[in-house]
Ligand binder design. Structure first.
Ligand code: FAD
Length: 364
C-alpha cells in the first residue's frame, strides 16, 4: 500500500477506539495530513475494541474514574454522536452489586460520595426490579441512572467513515515494525513501506511494547472470553431499557462478572472480567474457548433457564497494575495506554487528551 516515502503531519498507529478517537479530535481540530495505520482489517477481532456493545457507567471504586465518566457522558459521547449524526448509547439501568464487605465496598464509597445519579438499592427491591438477574444473599446493590449500553461496533464503523470523509488516510493490514526519530521527523517502518511524519501517536493496545518498550514492564495482556446466551424469557425483557448493564464484584480480582442486554436479539452478553494472571502474548494462537465455564457463569448469574450458548467471542485486555491510563508525550511521539478492560467508555475523552498533547507537541 505505502511503498514510497510519504509525508504526514501525524500518524496514528492503531485503529482501535483510542486511535480512532485521537484521529477524530485531530481532524476535528483541522490537522491536515493525517494517517491511521492498522495491522488488521477494518473491524478485525484480534484486539480490544471489537464486539457489538460495551458498558458505560459512573459507578467505580475510584472517584477519579467517576469524574472521568461524567466528562465522557456530558462532553465526549455527545460530541461523537453529534458528529456521526446518530445515538451511540442506549440508556438502560446499571446494576452493580457484590458482598458488602468485599471489593464492592470501595465502589459504594467512591461512587456515592460524588453525588452522581447513583443510588443504593435494597436487595429485595433489586430482585423485584431485575428478575432475570441472580443476586446472592448479602449482596449490596448500586443502581446507576447514568449507565448505558454503548453501540461499540457502530461507533467504530461510524468513526472510520467520518474520518475517511474528511480526507484521513487509512492503511489497513499494515503493521508498524519500527520507529525512529530524527531531528526533523519520525520515520515508521511498516510491512508495506516507510512513513515519515512530524509526529506519531502510538495507540497500539496489547502490542504497545513492540514500539514503546519503556512501558512494557507496566502492562500485562489478559485474554477474555465472552458468551451470548439465549434464556427462557420474553425477548423484550432482555433488551436495553429493561435489562440492565450489570457487574458483580466479588472478593478477589478475577471474581468479577458482568453482562449486557441482548442487542439486535443476539442473546444476553456476559463474561468474567479477567484482570489478574500470568498474561499472554497477543500474537500467540489462543486456546479453545472454555464454553463449559461460560455456561456455568450464565447459570450462576441468570435466573431463567439457559437455552443455548449462541455465540462466543475472544478479546484482549491490556492491564496496568493500577488499572489507570497513561498518555505520555516524548519528543515526536505521544503514547496512549488506556485499557485495563474498562476504557471503551472513555474513548472520546482519552482521544481528546491525546489529540491535545499531540497538537501541543506540533506547536498548534
Ligand atoms: C471482552 C471485553 C469487554 C470489554 N467491556 C468493556 C465495557 O463494557 N466498557 C468499557 O468501557 N470497556 C470495556 N472493555 C475495554 C475496552 O474495550 C478497551 O479498553 C479498549 O477497546 C482499548 O482500546 P485500544 O484502542 O487501546 O486498543 P485496541 O482496540 O486493541 O487497538 C489497538 C489497535 O492497534 C493495532 N496495532 C497494534 N500494534 C500495531 C502496529 N505495530 N502496527 C499497526 N497496528 C497496530 C491493533 O491491531 C489494534 O487494532 C472491554 C474489553 C474487552 C476485551
Amino acid at each position: 500500500m505505502l511503498g514510497r516515502m510519504v509525508e504526514f503531519d501525524c500518524v496514528v498507529v492503531g485503529g482501535g477506539i483510542h486511535g480512532l478517537c485521537t484521529a477524530f479530535w485531530l481532524a476535528w481540530r483541522g490537522l491536515p495530513r493525517l494517517l491511521v495505520v492498522e495491522q488488521g482489517a477494518p473491524g478485525h477481532t484480534g484486539g480490544s475494541s471489537h464486539g457489538a456493545t460495551r458498558i458505560t457507567r459512573s459507578s467505580y471504586d475510584d472517584p477519579k474514574f467517576v469524574a472521568m465518566a461524567q466528562r465522557a457522558h456530558a462532553e465526549g459521547w455527545p460530541a461523537l454522536e453529534a458528529a456521526l449524526g446518530k445515538p451511540l448509547r442506549v440508556r438502560t439501568p446499571g446494576v452493580f452489586f457484590g458482598p458488602a464487605r468485599g471489593l464492592f465496598a470501595a465502589w459504594q464509597r467512591a461512587t456515592l460520595q460524588t453525588g452522581v445519579a447513583v443510588e443504593a438499592l435494597e436487595l429485595d427491591a433489586a430482585r423485584a426490579r431485575f428478575p432475570l438477574l441472580r443476586f446472592d444473599a448479602g449482596d449490596a446493590v448500586l443502581l446507576d441512572h447514568t449507565a448505558a449500553m454503548v453501540l461499540a461496533a457502530e461507533t467504530m464503523a461510524g468513526l472510520r467513515t467520518w474520518l475517511a470523509a474528511r480526507g484521513v488516510t487509512f492503511a489497513f493490514d499494515t503493521r508498524v515494525t519500527r520507529r525512529q526519530e530524527t531531528a526533523t521527523a519520525i520515520e515508521l517502518s511498516t510491512t508495506t513501506g516507510t512513513i515519515r511524519a512530524s509526529h506519531a501517536v502510538l495507540a497500539c493496545g496489547a502490542w504497545l511494547p513492540l514500539l514503546e518498550n519503556a512501558l512494557a514492564a507496566q502492562l500485562v495482556v489478559q485474554r477474555q472470553e465472552v458468551a451470548y446466551v439465549d434464556v427462557e424469557a420474553d425477548p423484550a425483557a432482555q433488551r436495553a431499557g429493561v435489562f440492565p448493564v450489570w457487574a458483580r464484584i466479588g472478593t478477589e480480582p478475577n471474581d468479577f462478572q458482568y453482562g449486557l442486554p441482548s442487542h439486535d436479539d443476539a442473546g444476553l452478553k456476559l463474561a468474567v472480567h479477567r484482570s489478574a494472571g500470568p498474561g499472554v502474548d497477543p500474537d500467540a494462537l489462543p486456546p479453545p474457548i472454555d464454553e463449559g465455564a461460560l455456561r456455568t457463569l450464565a447459570r450462576e448469574r441468570l435466573r431463567p433457564a439457559v437455552r443455548t450458548l449462541r455465540r462466543t467471542e475472544r478479546c484482549l485486555y491490556t492491564m496496568t497494575a493500577d488499572q489507570d491510563f497513561r498518555i505520555v508525550t516524548h519528543r515526536r511521539t505521544t503514547t496512549v495506554l488506556a485499557c485495563s478492560g474498562h476504557a471503551f467508555k472513555f474513548g472520546p475523552v482519552v482521544g481528546q487528551d491525546a489529540a491535545a498533547a499531540t497538537l501541543a507537541a506540533l506547536g498548534r
